[in-house]
Design a binder for this molecule. Structure first.
Ligand code: URA
Length: 475
């Protein structure tokens, strides 16, 4: 029996080189045993000499990928299993696809265990705050059932790239200093900090997400295996929460029903005016305003506080069309009252146009946004939403009959022209719509607010005022 001693338990290169030589020299798996040495390469820890052979061969990719995971398994004989498979692949190149084969099934089972261990590591590593010479440093102690640290560490680099951290395990340690990932020797639990205020955070979080009515102890043990509990701060709550589950469930069942939240109620509200037809065409702007509140032509009403209709005299000569209400417009129910509206007001004042004589409205009547923390971030309405809302804009135009429409930005342009205009090249000149209405396009004031440097802002604001003057002159 020949004994091959590898440098360390994850010495894939060493195994590969030895396996290549042994297979080329015709050494059968039954005549060789692999083992991992202590990593010192000491005189008495070298094993038998390997055959001196020339050349090589290519192992199937599927096998190499499987072997790279198999080596992380904690079983002593994993190298032997890897070599047995490599040897058998010589006569049976598609062996890895034969799932009923004893060696292939064994390898698949161990790879599954390794993958599961890596998955649990990603879920259950808990960093605790520590301090070193360079400042704040996060340290986690973890005991994976297989040697998954090396292969899983890049996941933590991606996830916590801005923190300096170390993960200590009985097999080795990984350290990220904000720039480079390094691997070090095995560690002991005493080297990791024990308690910090993050523990309370995890405990509170876990207790608040624990639903006693959904308690399924078996599934819970499989998802959060008991072997990991000892290093999870929140795990100490589990026995207590499980014991109290029955009582809490009964209390939940007996509690009287509460009202669903407002958004849910709105989503269940009966649809009104799903497809308004021309018989429902509003006769007045007030009627139009009420209709917009019940509009279900697109889903934007669900997340908005209210629909925001146009505002201004029914006889206005100039109609200004923006994109959609913003955060402040959505809350107040009036168009152009937020930052973009203030900039528009200022520019109107500077060009001698009186806001109270104009009709101001939007291409889309509900605020499209997405939540980001406590803020609601504007999202541009898509072509379908613009098209759905055009019914209201057309009726506003029919009721007001402006002599000129000033379209602010691409969305207003799309709603009125039926195509997305190139704002910068088409701005400032009178265009005629298929129904004979006259339209002048310019940029949206929000664009002016977003310009980063003062010089560009001043230049663009002057151009915006020129476009407003052109509109005034065309009236
Ligand atoms: N932007 C718009 O397009 N319309 C508003 O009403 C406010 C901001």
């Amino acid at each position: 029996m020949r004994e091959v001693v590898l440098n360390d338990p994850l010495d894939f290169e060493g195994w590969r080189d030895a396996a290549r030589r042994l297979r080329l020299a015709g050494v059968e798996p039954a005549h060789v045993r692999f083992r991992a040495g202590g990593g010192q390469g000491g005189l008495f820890d070298r094993g038998d000499a390997l055959p001196d052979v020339e050349g090589g061969f290519t192992a199937p990719q599927g096998f190499m990928a499987c072997a790279a995971q198999l080596i992380q398994h904690r079983s002593e004989d994993r190298f032997d299993l890897m070599y047995r498979l490599l040897w058998r692949l010589k006569d049976q190149p598609d062996l890895m696809a034969v799932l009923s084969d004893v060696d292939v099934a064994e390898a698949a089972d161990r790879v599954k265990g390794v993958r599961r261990a890596a998955h649990k590591m990603k879920a259950f590593v808990r960093f605790r705050q520590a301090e070193d010479a360079a400042g704040q440093h996060w340290v986690a102690w973890f005991e994976p059932p297989h040697r998954v640290l090396r292969a899983t560490a890049p996941f933590f680099v991606r996830r916590f790239s801005a923190m300096r951290w170390s993960i200590l395990t009985p097999d080795g340690s990984a350290r990220w200093d904000g720039e480079a990932l390094t691997h070090g020797p095995p560690a002991e639990q005493t080297q990791a900090p024990r308690e910090d205020e993050m523990e309370d955070f995890w405990r509170t979080y876990y207790a608040s997400t624990f639903n006693p009515a959904r308690l399924r102890p078996k599934a819970m043990r499989s998802e959060m295996p008991v072997q990991y509990w000892k290093n999870l701060p929140e795990a100490e709550l589990i026995p207590e929460l499980m014991a109290a589950a029955a009582v809490r469930t009964e209390a939940m069942v007996n509690r009287t029903a509460t009202d669903p939240n407002a958004r849910f109620q709105r989503a269940r509200a009966p649809a009104i005016d799903r497809t308004p037809t021309d018989e429902l065409a509003p006769d007045t702007l007030e009627e139009l305003g009420r209709g917009v509140q019940g509009c279900r032509r697109c889903p934007l009403w669900r997340d908005a506080t209210q629909g925001v209709c146009g505002e201004g005299p029914r006889t206005a000569a100039l109609m200004i069309v923006g994109e959609q209400p913003g955060d402040q417009e959505d809350l107040s129910g009036r168009p152009f009252v937020g930052p973009a509206g203030r900039l528009l007001d200022k520019a109107l004042g500077e060009t001698g146009l009186d806001r109270s004589a104009l009709y101001l409205t939007n291409a889309v009547k509900h605020f499209k946004h997405e939540p980001r923390g406590k803020r609601r971030l504007h999202r541009t309405p898509d072509a379908g939403e613009v098209k759905a809302c055009r019914w209201w804009l057309d009726h506003e135009r029919r009721l007001v009959q402006p002599r000129l429409i000033l379209a602010l930005g691409a969305t207003a342009g799309l709603a009125l022209l039926g195509r997305k205009p190139a704002v910068q090249t088409e701005r400032g000149r009178i265009m005629t719509m298929p129904d004979g209405a006259r339209i002048l396009l310019t940029v949206h004031p929000a664009y002016l607010l977003r310009l980063p440097d003062a010089e560009a802002r001043a230049r663009e604001q002057a151009r915006f005022r020129e476009d407003l003057r052109a509109a005034d002159a065309a009236l």
